[in-house]
Ligand binder design. Structure first.
Ligand code: GLN
Length: 301
């Protein structure tokens, strides 16, 4: 006698197609803009199926466990948790990065920092580059991949975020190429004997002004790490501290490349004028036409 196939747990006879429709409606009601697309991705992720299976198997009944998993993830999104934390990944510079609530979700405009580091440092150059506030490690890992001869150092104040960054470096096979230091801005460099040797310091520091926190969208305000986003009352406090600390480490002609918020370039220029040993080199605008990156050069010979 043939073995009897196990009876699928039908969980009230809900199909993949139906749960996607249900998810889309719930996300629409919650005011999520791309509800249809997100519903699809969340269900696909919950069922751990490649996309074409979800489409081909629309009429398959879900098991009880599958239905619970899918609905659980959808409820997280209804509660405005960012899609990237739910799916666990975000793409940056063409690479996939693991993310969780310990780290800021990499933003597309931050790719500009990587672009300007790559402009400054040639493929052959054995440069030393420091990524300050590495978070998910997106900048450090992307640079290590693009510039195979460079020595990369990544620092962060938060040990859980360094764990995520190390995981991402391992995933992209550059773990051994990056030195990981836990500490506040460049504080972790003390006793490393790197004074005057660094070619590029790159950073996307927290730059939101304290009062602006309340007006951020819920995805950011309720789920992303506040410490990765908010600086002080002005928003430029971390840039200023980094400028003060970076001077001793940069070699003459070395650069500090920092991300800024819209409208902060003037304040940064004034800070640069006050601190000896620097020259404001360039302001870069992002695709939306907003001030986004400042490049500041260390003067001297
Ligand atoms: N360097 C990371 C990024 O740009 C984290 C930045 C941060 O936490 N402020 O996404």
């Amino acid at each position: 006698m043939d073995a009897v196939a196990p009876i699928p747990q039908s969980a009230g006879q809900v199909t993949i197609g139906e749960v996607i429709t249900e998810a889309r409606q719930m996300l629409e009601q919650a005011g999520i803009e791309s509800a249809g697309q997100e519903a699809f991705w969340i269900v696909e992720h919950a069922l751990r199926l490649p996309a074409h299976h979800v489409i081909a198997d629309r009429d398959r009944l879900l098991s009880h466990a599958e239905l619970l998993a899918a609905r659980g993830l959808i409820m997280r999104r209804v509660d405005r948790e960012p899609l990237q934390y739910i799916l666990g990944t975000q793409e940056f510079c063409g690479l996939e990065f693991a993310v969780n609530q310990a780290v800021l979700i990499p933003r597309p405009e931050t790719e500009l920092l990587v672009e300007y580091v790559a402009q400054r440092i040639s493929v052959e150059q054995q440069a030393t580059i420091i990524d300050v506030c590495t978070g998910s490690g997106c900048i450090a890992v992307a640079i290590a991949q693009l510039r195979p001869r460079a020595r990369v150092i990544a620092t962060d104040l938060s040990s859980p975020s360094l764990d995520v960054a190390r995981q991402n470096a391992t995933r992209h096979a550059v773990y051994e190429r990056i030195t990981w230091l836990e500490g506040d801005l460049l504080g972790a460099l003390v006793r490393q004997r790197l004074e005057g040797t660094i070619d590029v310091i790159v950073s996307n520091p927290p730059y939101i002004a304290g009062d602006d926190w309340a007006i951020l969208q819920p995805e950011v305000r309720l789920f992303e790490p506040r410490g990765a986003l908010v600086a002080g009352p002005q928003g430029t406090e971390l840039h200023e501290r980094l400028l003060q600390e970076a001077g001793q480490y940069l070699c003459p002609g070395g650069v500090l490349i920092m991300e800024i918020g819209a409208g902060q370039a003037r304040a940064i220029r004034r800070i640069v004028e006050r601190i000896p040993g620097y020259r404001f080199h360039r302001l870069v605008y992002d695709a939306a036409g907003l001030e986004r990156v400042v490049i500041i050069e260390r003067t001297g010979t």
